[in-house]
Design a binder for this molecule. Structure first.
Ligand SMILES: NC(=O)c1ccc[n+]([C@@H]2O[C@H](COP(=O)([O-])OP(=O)(O)OC[C@H]3O[C@@H](n4cnc5c(N)ncnc54)[C@H](O)[C@@H]3O)[C@@H](O)[C@H]2O)c1
Length: 325
């Protein structure tokens, strides 16, 4: 399976790393709106730079395009790739507007090409463990869910980027940072039926929201809350608490912190490794490797595609609901 990457910034390097860890996957080249970025990225990663995205799409040897551009370009980049008969790996979020997400869902239905949206945290071993426990009804009836994402981003994080903090290209802190937590909450607990949310720009000199709060009702009847910000000092790790009538779990970042079932209690070693939550590039590439491998296997017909456009749309729908947009 031959890959091309569009957008040669921070996350693109993780895609190069992931592709090169997968047997049978090969990186053919990269493209960027800024040819100097494409050239220096290509040189650093020992690959070729296409003149632009169109040139990458016109290369018949490219089977899969990894879309690593700013979020507001994802939908258009993905539509172009599907129309050029490429399979697509698109970074989160798949789209910033409902109409673009709908169009992608429809395009995927009518195409024989596959699209997957990066949601790498789902593949963390502890998230998979909790998913299995919930499927086995180990928690009984889930009654309460709390997702806390008290992050910190510096003013320089926004001032150093032309797109971060804008509605049109970034979509706000839930679309950018909070989407991972919202996605795993929804993955574990299920679809959300009702949402009441508020979001505001409380601290950063940006256009989009930097702080949000929401009350939720899930399809399964559970109630929940989300608190989310990038304006907290010093910033804490993401904490997801799921409480049921037979058991409960606290997940911090990607790890089970505490798990209590009727006949089982687990508490994480307090001396274990923690994540630098204020560093946007402190990312484990393992989830990307698993997800790209899943796409390749789905294309080859040996596996079911795990995260498609429809699946990501539900996560986006929830964020739009909280933003009242
Ligand atoms: N999965 C994750 O954990 C994770 C982590 C970080 C970023 N991301 C996502 O990856 C995307 C990129 O983030 P980043 O931090 O790498 O950004 P970045 O600013 O470092 O890089 C973006 C690159 O895209 C290029 N670009 C801009 N517009 C383009 C266009 N129209 N066509 C082609 N290239 C274009 C820019 O020149 C730049 O090189 C975002 O959507 C973000 O949400 C995901």
């Amino acid at each position: 399976m031959k890959f091309g990457i569009v957008g040669c910034g921070m996350i693109a390097a993780f895609h190069v790393n992931a592709i090169r860890q997968i047997e049978g996957a090969e990186l053919l080249g990269v493209a960027d709106v800024n040819i100097d970025f494409a050239n220096s990225f290509a040189e650093k990663h020992n690959t070729r730079a296409y003149a632009n995205y169109q040139a990458l799409l016109d290369d018949p040897a490219v089977d899969v395009v990894c879309i690593c551009t700013p979020s507001g370009f994802h939908a258009e980049n993905a539509k172009m790739a599907l129309k050029h008969n490429k399979h697509v790996v698109v970074e989160k979020p798949m789209a910033l507007l409902p109409e673009d997400a709908d169009e992608l869902v429809e395009l995927c239905k009518s195409s024989d090409r596959l699209l997957t949206v990066i949601s790498q945290i789902r593949f963390a071993p502890d998230i998979q463990k909790v998913k299995k426990l919930i499927e086995e009804n180990a928690f009984g009836k889930i009654v309460q869910v709390n997702l806390s994402m008290m992050y910190c981003r510096t003013p320089e994080y926004y001032s150093g980027s032309a797109w971060k903090g804008t509605w049109k290209l970034d979509g706000g802190e839930m679309m950018n940072q909070g989407i991972h937590g919202i996605d795993i909450m929804r993955y574990l607990v299920g679809s959300v039926k009702k949402v009441h949310g508020l979001s505001k720009t409380l601290h950063h000199n940006i256009e989009a929201e930097d702080t949000a709060a929401a009350v939720l009702e899930f399809e399964n009847g559970a109630l929940g809350t989300i608190n989310s910000t990038v304006a907290a000092f010093p910033g804490y790790e993401r904490r997801l608490t799921i409480c049921g009538t037979l058991g409960s779990v606290v997940i911090i970042e990607d790890n089970i912190e505490q798990l209590n079932l009727k006949d089982y209690t687990y508490k994480r070693d307090p001396n274990g490794k923690t994540k630098d939550v204020s560093n946007p590039s402190d990312i484990d590439v393992t989830g990307h490797v698993i997800q790209l491998t899943n796409l390749i296997n789905a294309v080859n017909g040996t596996d079911k595609l795990l995260i498609d456009a429809n699946e990501n749309r539900e996560t986006l729908q929830l964020i739009w609901g909280i933003n009242n947009r």
